[in-house]
Design a protein around this ligand. Structure first.
Ligand code: GLU
Length: 462
């Protein structure tokens, strides 16, 4: 059985790149009927923050990514400690008391002025005892290639001289990422690990640990970066990459998940996937080798498609969550559940986002509404003497019925014919009168939605 995990460090909000990692792992777990683990990697005590854990959990929940198991590394230090002790006792790791300054000095005396200071193995055979300021380093062993088959990039070989005797246990008593991650992935039985390509050299380090412990090595896949349309890497600093930004912009979670899944994975030329279909077709053999490009316009386009396609209940639920997240209220008739359902059904296919849906719904929901610019310009041409007479007659017919169907439509057609005016002009006149706009959903549905206030609207003077 496949078991996958998402292992965010709570040092910031969930951003698009890490959400993609989560989504790929989650989709593959779902696709294979396997399990999905969420593990909070909060070993870096100085940088990890509870509020980020909470916001990551909120975003995961919003995206609908449930997990089967949940762990926090900060609660597992005893486990990691027992494994590091084991390595030390077997001579595969050792205590080291060198400071960074010591190392820089020694390296410089050998003419090495690298930015990244590789460890020179100074304490390897010194039998340094644990104590304040000491760390545990791996004995990375003789120079050799660490080779693995990456499901995205193919064969990867990294020579151990590019690594070094990296730290497993820090002087503050906490494990490093590369150490804790291996213990956890092995103990949790993780079978496949998909993560960003910035982790490739970590993978080589981790494989040394897998070998030392005799753990079975999972399948690795390293995902290319996500770039902005201007070809610069999407950075956490640009607010638009946080999942929270999309939530607040009124994007449907299913649409964002769909859009993100296509950043670095493809299924022919298909763009729009309902979630069940995405899970059914998601395979790791179609992960792309090349960098993905984030395109905001396309994301909104994908959202507009989902606004039409998702079941009405999902859209309503997402609409309510969006309002709560953005501290906006259901106003006027929106508070009536049946009315809201009808309004969402009628307006959603014209709205790119939930934010548009809310904005478009307000004039229908409130008693006050105004003419927009186009309506203001057009209205006088629809108020000729004949058209006005036709309108008055149409108004009486509309107010005399409670059925907004073809019968009403044919009665209105007869009015237009009687006065010798184009039917579409009469309808436009009614539309402007009812909505203040020159465009709206089909006029009969608009009448139905506005039925509680038709008398006021049809009589209103502009
Ligand atoms: N905590 C690591 C990160 O956020 C996890 C990397 C991994 O998936 O192993 O980058």
């Amino acid at each position: 059985m496949q078991k996958l995990r998402f292992a965010p460090s709570p040092t910031g909000q969930l951003h698009l790149g890490s959400a993609r990692t989560a989504i790929f792992n989650w989709l593959y777990a779902k696709h294979t009927g396997g399990k999905f683990v969420l593990r909070i990697e909060d070993t870096d005590l100085s940088r990890s923050q509870e509020e980020y854990t909470a916001s990551i959990l909120k975003d995961m929940q919003w995206l609908g990514m449930e997990y089967d198991e949940f762990y926090k590394q900060s609660e597992r230090f005893d486990i990691y400690k027992s494994y590091v002790d084991k390595l030390v006792s077997e001579g595969k790791a050792y205590y080291c008391c060198c400071t960074r300054e010591d190392l820089i000095r020694r390296n410089q005396s050998r003419g090495i002025y690298d930015e990244v200071t590789k460890y020179d193995g100074h304490c390897q055979d010194k039998a340094v005892q644990p104590g304040p300021g000491t760390v545990v380093r791996i004995h990375s062993g003789p120079e050799r290639d660490i080779i693995f088959k990456d499901v995205v990039k193919g064969r990867i070989a990294i020579n151990t001289k590019e690594l070094d005797d990296f730290v497993l246990w820090k002087s503050d008593g906490s494990p490093t990422y590369n150490f804790a991650v291996v213990i956890d992935d092995a103990l949790m039985g993780i079978t496949t690990i998909l993560r960003g390509e910035d982790h490739i050299s970590n993978t080589a380090k981790q494989i040394i640990l897998y070998e030392y412990f005799g753990f079975s090595i999972p399948t690795f896949g390293h995902l290319p970066m996500v770039f902005d349309t201007d070809r610069t890497p999407l950075s956490k600093r640009k607010g638009s990459t946080n999942i929270e930004y999309y939530r607040k912009q009124g994007i449907l979670p299913e649409a964002l998940l769909n859009y993100i899944a296509r950043l670095g994975w493809s299924h022919g030329n298909d763009e729009i996937f309902m979630l069940e279909d995405l899970i059914r077709v998601f395979d790791i053999s179609h992960l792309n080798k090349s960098n993905a490009v984030y395109d905001e316009k396309k994301m909104i386009w994908v959202n507009s498609k989902h606004m039409k396609l998702e079941p009405r209940e999902k859209v309503i639920k997402a609409f309510l969550v969006y309002l709560e997240d953005t501290q906006q209220q259901l106003v006027g008739r929106m508070q009536d559940e049946a009315w809201l359902t009808e309004a969402v059904d009628l307006l959603r296919s014209r709205s790119d986002t939930l934010a548009d849906l809310y904005r478009d719904m307000i004039p229908y929901a409130l008693d006050s509404y105004e003419l927009d610019e186009k309506a203001r310009e057009l209205l006088p041409s629809l108020q000729t003497e004949t058209l006005e007479k036709a309108y008055q007659e149409a108004k009486h017919i509309i107010l005399a019925t409670s059925r907004y169907d073809e019968t009403l439509e044919s009665l209105l057609r007869q009015v237009a014919e009687k006065y010798g005016i184009p039917f579409k002009d009469l309808i436009q006149r009614i539309r402007i009168q009812l909505t203040g706009k020159t465009v709206s959903p089909d006029i009969l549905s608009v009448m139905r939605l506005l039925s509680p206030v038709l008398p006021q609207r049809l009589s209103r003077q502009f």
